[in-house]
Design a protein around this ligand. Structure first.
Ligand SMILES: Nc1nc2c(ncn2[C@@H]2O[C@H](COP(=O)(O)OP(=O)(O)OP(=O)(O)O)[C@@H](O)[C@H]2O)c(=O)[nH]1
Length: 526
């Protein structure tokens, strides 16, 4: 059998006109073995028991790994574990591709009994669990500090490589050398088998092609107006679509004006704004042909007039240290997220910010605010679930004053289903803060969820009375068809609208600009 293997070594890859197998002389065989043997020993490569069944399950690119496998089937060291087997099996199967498996298997058979005993005695591997089929790494105990080779392996596999982007074989074979342990370095003991990068002889290529990197799509950065338009696209396209259909080849008369008014009211803009728009359109174009663009232009101008008085910046009085912002609103309207976005803006401009988790009813709300605090570099103060929110507000103010915070933002619970309780709690928070600073809270912000349409209008009524709301932030204007409600709220309540939210991301909050909003809702492109 050994002779037939040697013959195959010599005949592999050679043209058919090469000398017949019997041309191989025994001295040639001895020379080859002599050449192979010292090489593998010099490298002191690790070995592992050969499982003659498993190789079929393992993919390989083939190559000189086969030599390693074939020459190093020696009694295993006690650290052998199941995880290590694929590494060697990989080599065996690689060898099969260049016709060398028989030797590996022969030698494996010769040593099998001894190796099986060694494997049975082997302690569990400390390597991360690498799935041979998927190259995945799962949790594994950390490597003992004293074991250099193991530590090196864990560092490579745990830190260096992006395992998702590495093919199974590459993950097995290249991670090791890339991470700083080259094949020239001391090779670790069995149980931490290194994966050697195969260097294929000329004329061979790996079975697996090099992965071509995914093309990276470069997204042009949108201006705020473009983002606003995209966010309000549903609101505006619904409105302009209906308006366009209404004015196709029609002169402006009483009937079309009435129909337009109905459309604007249905779009949540409110009766007052609807009448302003139809009034302006009538005085400009009555009896004349009107296009959808005419209506959009006039609508944008009228909406701008309604919104301009409420589009105000949030004024911080930094003579107060801290300036206290109390954030109120129905649950789910975006209080916590908005606080995070505000904190990012404020701390990004160099102000010292503290966030207080005054929503003591929901553990998730406390945790969410803590995450925002960490993310924005703000100080966080919280208390245990169910604790008195007013007490937390008191402590927060004291701490913010002590650590010289510029701004303290207090989150609150928003439970509309129990208004009495909510009212009592909010009133208590305001009262407590007022004892510490007669002007505190200096700002009471209410968040409104645009997707709730007319409900948002009622919510302002309630919270205004309960907590003395001094300004609004409208959230979730992205993707809603009900963005018109902001115009109705502005017309009715005349409260400042400081910011609007058009997404869940930290940058998805922008100062409210009357003209931008009006033009975006009217479907104008600039
Ligand atoms: N699409 C979109 N989602 C938003 C926006 N603002 C907040 N959200 C999401 O709305 C959900 C509720 O937001 P929260 O900040 O938890 O609302 P909350 O008012 O603090 O809720 P409670 O803690 O239950 O009172 C979250 O999934 C937010 O990511 C926004 O402008 N656009």
């Amino acid at each position: 059998m050994a002779l037939s293997f040697i013959k195959r070594v010599f005949t592999f890859g050679k043209p058919s006109e090469e000398p017949a197998p019997d041309a191989v002389k025994p001295e040639d065989v001895a020379a080859i073995q002599a050449e192979l043997e010292p090489k593998s020993r010099d490298e002191d490569l690790p070995v592992s028991p050969v499982d003659p069944v498993a190789p079929a399950e393992i993919e390989t690119a083939g190559g000189p790994v086969a030599d390693v496998a074939a020459e190093n089937v020696e009694p295993a060291e006690p650290e052998t574990s199941e995880e290590d087997e694929p590494a060697l099996l990989l080599g065996v199967e690689a060898a099969s591709e260049i016709g060398m498996v028989p030797l590996a298997l022969l030698q494996a058979e010769a040593e099998a009994e001894e190796e099986a005993v060694a494997a049975a005695e082997a302690p569990p591997s400390v390597l991360p669990d690498i799935s041979p089929s998927r190259g995945e790494i799962t949790d594994a105990p950390p490597a003992p500090a004293s074991d250099d080779s193991t530590t090196g392996s864990a560092a490579v596999l745990g830190e260096g490589a992006d395992h998702d982007s590495i093919s199974p074989l590459e993950g097995e074979m290249s991670g090791r050398t890339e991470g700083g342990v080259s094949s020239d370095e001391e090779v670790p003991a069995l149980g931490k088998t290194p994966r050697l990068e195969p260097t294929l002889p000329k004329g061979f290529s790996t079975a697996r092609p090099e992965p071509t990197p995914e093309p990276v799509a470069i997204q042009p950065k949108l201006t705020w107006f473009q983002r606003l338009r995209a966010g309000l696209a549903r609101t505006s396209s619904q409105l302009t679509g209906q308006i366009g259909a209404l004015f196709t080849k029609r002169k402006l008369d009483e009937e079309t004006l009435e129909q337009l008014e109905d459309l604007l009211i249905q779009a949540d803009l409110g009766v007052e704004t609807a009448m302003r728009v139809t009034g302006a359109l009538s005085s400009e174009r009555y009896g004349k042909d009107v296009t959808g663009e005419d209506v959009s232009r006039i609508m944008a101008a009228e909406i701008t007039r309604v919104l301009a008085p409420v589009a105000k910046p949030l004024a911080l009085d930094l003579n107060h240290k801290p300036h206290v912002i109390l954030v109120v609103g129905v649950n789910g309207t975006g209080k916590t997220t908005t606080i995070g976005k505000l904190a990012a803006k404020l701390s990004g401009s160099g102000l010292k910010v503290m966030l207080a988790a005054g929503d003591t009813f929901r553990a998730a709300a406390i945790e969410q605010l803590k995450i925002w605090a960490d993310r924005t570099g703000s100080t966080f103060i919280g208390t245990k679930l169910g604790a008195d929110a007013a007490g937390l507000a008191y402590d927060a103010y004291e701490q913010a004053r002590a650590n010289k915070s510029d701004v303290l933002i207090i989150d609150t619970a928003g439970r509309l289903q129990n208004r009495t309780e909510l009212m009592a709690e909010l009133e208590k928070i305001v009262r407590v803060l007022g004892k510490l600073d007669p002007d505190a809270p200096h700002t009471v912000l209410q968040t409104l969820d645009a997707t709730t349409g007319q409900n948002a209008m009622n919510q302002v009524e309630i919270f205004r009375n309960v907590a003395g709301v001094s300004g609004l932030i409208m959230t979730k204007l992205d993707g809603t068809a009900r963005g018109g409600i902001l115009v109705a709220i502005a017309a009715k309540h005349k409260l400042p609208i400081y910011f609007i939210g058009v997404g869940e991301g930290v940058d998805d909050l922008e100062p409210f600009e009357a003209q931008d909003f009006a033009r975006a809702i009217a479907g104008l492109t600039h």
